[in-house]
Every structure is written in structure tokens, then in C-alpha cells.
Design a protein around this ligand. Structure first.
Ligand SMILES: Nc1ncnc2c1ncn2[C@@H]1O[C@H](COP(=O)(O)OP(=O)(O)O)[C@@H](O)[C@H]1O
Ligand SMILES: [Mg+2]
Length: 386
């Protein structure tokens, strides 16, 4: 009698050429039926009915299974993953859609998002990164707002092109001790970026896999407003990321921010907490004005059952320093907004799941795994690189 487990083990040798993983690991083996006469029927689930790699599976499965003792003939059948199975596969692939080892040395990924623009995502990203650095952490910032990139300006970086290493990796620029990557480095100043769909996906993937981020305690990702393509793509590429939601105190902003939270839930991203920005304004004489209302951040946090990480007041220097290219937390750590941001940074450190020293072993192994393609691939299909 042929043992199904033996067949399953043999099938581990069948690798999906696109996903680079075994069909067993990918849960694509739907059924195995071994008859008494040595005839084995194997059904493989495909992602689409017209899957161009059907032929590959046909022969690879037959070859793998016919090597098992007692097998006289192999029939390979196909069916198609249903939506739930596809979602499960996506989930499983999340990180795998980046090659093994990409970001292996990045302990924490924090995506800073909101439902709408102008609430201070980029300002907070730039300053939080600097504050984390001030706490002795190694920090990178990925400006994923491809249409409205503003991180280069906030760090005083022009449109300098980042250098490319001999291994064909893009080296992030460093400003104020923070590694920075932005599409703004690659396009003419003020040029409109008109990327959509697949190109966008490719560019973001490159920013994660072809950029030499090196060892980082934190990679902060400044998201574009809304719940569109970029956020979804990043959520898929970075299933380990935590999502931080920025909102102003007012009800309407809170409502929009809630949509960002729903998106995060949909793609199974963990929400790390809410940051309320533009909380209030205090005049030099000490009078306090709740310009954008009050309480929105706290309410949203409560509703989502996540911590309110902090409330950052409106201050003129926070705006001015952003425009001058030096994060306020560096320039004037005593400013009330800078203090609030520092407080948030310390809170983030306290709640961070991993610091580099305790990275799970699998990831270290992935980093050490030999490149199956036999060497670094040239990059720059979509980024206009040198
Ligand atoms: N707490 C704050 N106090 C003063 N100005 C702020 C504050 N937060 C953000 N700003 C200013 O508001 C504007 C929008 O902020 P930005 O970070 O670009 O928002 P987003 O990235 O969400 O679109 C910028 O001019 C920024 O300097
Ligand atoms: Mg922004």
C-alpha cells in the first residue's frame, strides 16, 4: 500500500516557479488518492484556471510522485483555489512576495497612515524617526507617498540621486542620522508622478527589496492619504507591519481615519495605535485653543480598541522646521509638539514586539539563504535610476 505521507513528502520537491515555494507548503495540493494498483491521482489547486504554469506542474508532479516506491502511474488533476483559499495564500505569501531575506534585518515596520491628507502624517513620520534615533535606535524612513512625497523636503534633502552599490542595491540617503528613501530623489522637482497600478507596485517592491536598508530597529513608512493602491500593496508586502493612524481631533477627520483602520483590518494589518495631531494650540500667554475640536483621537482609539499613542499640539515651530528641513525634535526638543512626539517614540519602543537582537531565527536563516537566482539581479525596471 502506498503511503500518502510519502507522496506528500515527494511533492515538496515541486516548486511553484512564480512563488518560489513548494506546492505543499503553499497548500496547493488539494488531494492525493493512491489506488491499490499503484495508480496515484493528485489534484493541484491553481490560482487561476488558465494558469500558464499548468504544464510545469503536470510534469513536475508526475515526476516527483513516480519516484515513490510502488507507484505505477500518476494522474495529475487541477482545480482552482476559491476566494477564501486565495486570501489565505496571499496572507501566507505576504512577506514572500518580497524575496527571502529582504528586510530581514529590519526589526519593526511602522506604517503611518490616515484617511486623508494634511493631518500631519509626514511631519510625524519625519519627527518620530528622528526621535527614535535620539533614543539610540537605527531608523529608516520610506516615503511611500509617491504622489505627494514630502519627506525629502522635511529632511533638507533635495532631489539628489541615491548612489547604487556594486551589488546593484540603491543606497538610502542619510539625513540627521536617519536613512531615507523617496521617489522624490528620482524625479524632477515638482514633476507630477503619474504611476498607477502595476508600476506603482513594482516601484514600492523595489523600495523594499532593492534598497540597502541594512540593520534597522525601525522602518517608518509614510503612506499617502487614503486607502488606495499604495496602502494595499504595502500591506501585502509587509504583513509584519504595524499601522499607526493619524487623525486630528475633529469628528469628520476621525470618521475618515476610521476608514483607514477598516482597510488595515481587511488586509489583516495590526493597528499599533492612534496619534492625535493638531490637538490644540497654546498662545505664548498660555491660553489654550482647541482649534480642530477635542477628543477625536481618544474616541477613535477607544473604538478601535488600540492605545492612543499621544496627542501632538499645533505649534508654529513644528510647521516651520518641516519647511526648513530639520526635524523639530532635533532643533528644539523642548517645544511642546517635540516633547509629545518624543513621548510617542518612547511609547513605541516600549510596545515594539522585537528589537534586533531577538529577531526570530527563521529570518536570520532567510537572510543567509543563498540567492536562488545565483546572484543579485539588476534593478531599475521602473525607477529611473542611473
Ligand atoms: N502639530 C502641528 N503643528 C503645526 N503644523 C503642523 C502640525 N502637524 C502638521 N503640521 C503642518 O501641516 C501641514 C500638513 O502636514 P503633513 O505632515 O504634510 O500632512 P500629511 O502628510 O498628512 O499630508 C504641513 O505644513 C505641516 O508642517
Ligand atoms: Mg504627507
Amino acid at each position: 500500500m502506498i503511503d500518502n505521507n510519502e507522496i506528500r513528502t515527494a511533492l515538496e520537491a515541486v516548486i511553484d516557479p512564480e512563488l518560489h515555494r513548494s506546492i505543499v507548503e503553499l497548500d496547493m495540493v488539494r488531494s492525493i488518492d493512491a489506488g491499490a494498483n499503484g495508480v496515484v491521482d493528485v489534484t493541484v489547486s491553481l490560482t487561476t484556471p488558465g494558469c500558464p504554469i499548468k504544464g510545469h506542474f503536470q510534469s513536475a508532479v508526475a515526476e516527483a510522485v513516480s519516484g515513490v516506491g510502488g507507484v505505477t502511474h500518476v494522474n495529475v488533476y487541477f482545480d482552482v483555489l476559491d476566494d477564501a483559499q486565495k486570501a489565505a495564500l496571499q496572507q501566507k505569501l505576504g512577506r514572500a512576495s518580497l524575496p527571502a531575506g529582504a528586510l530581514a534585518q529590519v526589526a519593526n515596520v511602522l506604517c503611518i497612515g490616515s484617511g486623508k491628507g494634511g493631518v500631519g502624517k509626514s511631519t510625524l513620520t519625519a519627527n518620530l524617526a528622528a526621535a527614535l534615533m535620539g533614543e539610540g535606535k537605527r531608523v529608516g524612513v520610506l516615503d511611500a507617498d509617491v504622489w505627494g512625497y514630502s519627506i525629502p523636503r522635511m529632511y533638507g534633502l533635495g532631489s539628489t540621486r541615491p548612489p547604487v552599490s556594486p551589488q546593484r542595491k540603491i543606497i538610502p540617503l542619510v539625513a540627521h542620522g536617519v536613512k531615507v528613501m523617496s521617489i522624490g530623489f528620482f524625479v524632477e522637482e515638482d514633476a507630477a508622478v503619474v504611476w498607477r497600478g502595476p508600476m506603482l507596485h513594482k516601484a514600492l517592491t523595489q523600495f523594499l527589496q532593492d534598497v540597502e536598508w541594512g540593520a534597522l530597529d525601525y522602518l517608518l513608512v509614510d503612506l499617502p492619504p487614503g486607502t488606495g493602491d499604495v496602502s494595499m500593496t504595502l500591506a501585502q508586502l509587509l504583513p509584519q507591519a504595524q499601522f499607526l493612524i493619524v487623525t486630528t481631533p475633529q469628528q469628520t477627520a476621525q470618521k475618515v481615519a476610521r476608514r483607514a483602520a477598516q482597510m488595515a483590518h481587511k488586509v489583516s494589518l495590526e493597528i499599533g495605535g492612534v496619534i492625535e495631531n493638531m490637538s490644540s494650540f497654546t498662545t505664548p500667554s498660555g491660553e489654550r485653543f482647541a482649534i480642530f475640536g477635542e477628543g477625536g483621537g481618544g474616541e477613535l482609539a477607544e473604538e478601535l480598541d488600540v492605545p492612543l499613542l499621544g496627542r501632538v499640539p499645533l505649534t508654529m515651530p513644528l510647521r516651520a522646521q518641516s519647511d526648513d528641513g530639520v526635524p523639530l525634535v532635533i532643533e528644539d526638543p523642548d517645544d511642546p509638539a517635540a516633547q509629545a512626539i518624543h513621548q510617542i517614540a518612547r511609547g513605541l519602543i516600549a510596545m515594539s514586539p522585537a528589537q534586533l537582537a531577538e529577531l526570530p531565527l527563521v529570518e536570520a536563516a532567510a537572510a543567509a539563504a543563498p540567492d536562488p537566482t545565483g546572484g543579485p539581479k539588476p534593478v531599475g525596471m521602473s525607477l529611473p535610476m542611473a
